[in-house]
Design a protein around this ligand. Structure first.
Ligand SMILES: Nc1ncnc2c1ncn2[C@@H]1O[C@H](COP(=O)(O)OP(=O)(O)OP(=O)(O)O)[C@@H](O)[C@H]1O
Ligand SMILES: [Mg+2]
Length: 295
């Protein structure tokens, strides 16, 4: 079963359409790079697929049985929360419990701590965390915070833009998602962290849809390239280097076609674009699906 389906989607701000009856399908295990010129609507499309942005028309369907995490281009956070509270905020009903436990542990380390009530509270929290098998979540949160070199007790309002981006990635990875939607994930990351992220994404088996201007990341991570161009989505299996050589072939076909005036002999898609090695999305459509998110 696909993880994600976009069906007959249209979206415009003003009179230029960003999506024009676009279709897309993302299958488990794929790592798809969404590319396109600046301002073509990549972020708007990813927001719609994540369920945080709307469409003028069409539908988005997400497999209801999977965990989905979305990291936006400019992640918005509550300034008064700590890094730890923010990371566990995506963990549903456990988040308050984990945040409490962390706050009590922190308070116990303060020089003027009132130990007796704090220890009592900690005991209650430990019992409840054990009952809910929540220790692995606590450990996972600590691990990703450390991985992204963040201070768990820092207030989000004091973080730089780069630290906020790392926090957004930590929050997304802390829930061990089945599907990750990433908008410019490598912005503000150092090379070692980018390389770790690449390895993690490739070895974890997570399904991925991402936008990036980082050519190296794109080439290493993508298993398929999808280009957003004038409202339509064009799909090309393989990495970015394969995409470039196929695109070159396509442009060559188009140039030959124009110089030989051979429009009738080259197969063309609905928009008039020569197809060459390209396939229009969707390549396959699930036999049956029921929309749970309709826009
Ligand atoms: N909420 C909005 N209201 C009005 N216009 C919007 C809104 N969101 C996006 N736009 C416009 O839609 C166009 C596409 O924006 P979007 O951010 O989706 O493009 P993008 O491909 O992600 O661009 P970039 O490569 O610069 O990140 C832009 O011209 C943008 O100004
Ligand atoms: Mg964008």
């Amino acid at each position: 079963m696909p993880h994600l389906i976009l069906s007959d989607a249209s979206l415009a701000f003003g009179h230029v359409p960003l999506l024009d009856h676009a279709d897309f399908q993302l299958d488990p295990g794929e790592r798809v790079a969404l590319i396109g010129r600046n301002g073509t609507g990549k972020t708007s499309l990813l927001r719609a697929l994540a369920g945080v942005g709307g469409l003028d028309d069409g539908k988005v369907w997400q497999d209801p049985g999977i965990r989905v995490a979305y990291v936006s281009q400019e992640p918005p956070f509550a300034a008064e929360l700590t890094v730890f509270e923010t990371v566990v905020a995506g963990m549903g009903e456990l988040s308050a419990l984990l945040a409490d436990y962390h706050a009590v542990s922190h308070a116990l380390g303060e020089p003027d701590a009132d130990h007796e009530p704090l220890l009592e509270r900690m005991h209650d929290l430990q019992t409840e965390l054990e009952a809910r098998h929540a220790w692995s979540f606590e450990a996972q949160a600590e691990k990703v915070i450390q991985r992204f070199s963040l201070d768990p007790d820092a207030r989000v309002g004091t973080l730089s833009g780069g630290q906020k981006k790392r926090l957004a990635l930590a929050q997304a990875l802390a829930i061990s998602p089945d599907l990750l939607l990433l908008d410019e994930p490598t912005n503000h990351l150092d090379i070692a962290t980018i390389e770790w992220l690449e390895e993690m994404l490739m070895s974890s088996g997570v399904t991925l849809l991402f936008i990036t201007h980082d050519r190296c990341f794109l080439d290493r991570v993508a298993t398929r390239i999808v280009e957003l161009d004038r409202g339509r989505l064009l799909s090309c299996p393989g990495n970015f280097s394969e995409y470039l050589s196929k695109k070159e072939g396509m442009l060559h076909d188009e140039a030959c076609c124009v110089s030989n005036n051979c429009a009738a002999t080259v197969p063309r898609a609905a928009s008039g674009r020569a197809r060459s090695n390209w396939r229009w999305i969707p390549e396959t459509r699930a036999a049956s699906w029921s929309p749970s998110l309709s826009m």
